[in-house]
Design a protein around this ligand. Sequence first.
Ligand SMILES: [Mg+2]
Length: 109
Amino acid sequence: MKAFDQYQEDAKRTLNTEVSGNYKFANLGMGLAGEAGEVCDYLKKVVFHGHNLDKDKLRDELGDVLWYLANLAAAIDVPLSEIAKQNVAKLKKRYPNGFEASRSQKRDN
Ligand SMILES: [Mg+2]
């Protein structure tokens, strides 16, 4: 978990500090969605356009997603490790025995 928080600190180095208030959230949220969109677009090209999967390209785009995620979590003063822990706890509750489609269909959270 230390690695998450160290990464989050490192990612702050290149944050645009001229953006503040709600614009900061908008900038980071839009950036996160944009980078997730780049991942999606790249996978579309692999699946539907016959591109070979370039793991380095995918890694690079996943890193861009991580950068925005880390900085968005920092913007609400939440350590990235806490985001990870909370997600794991939620999924343990939702899928105590690993993924099960039946639990997905019945879930309320
Ligand atoms: Mg990118």
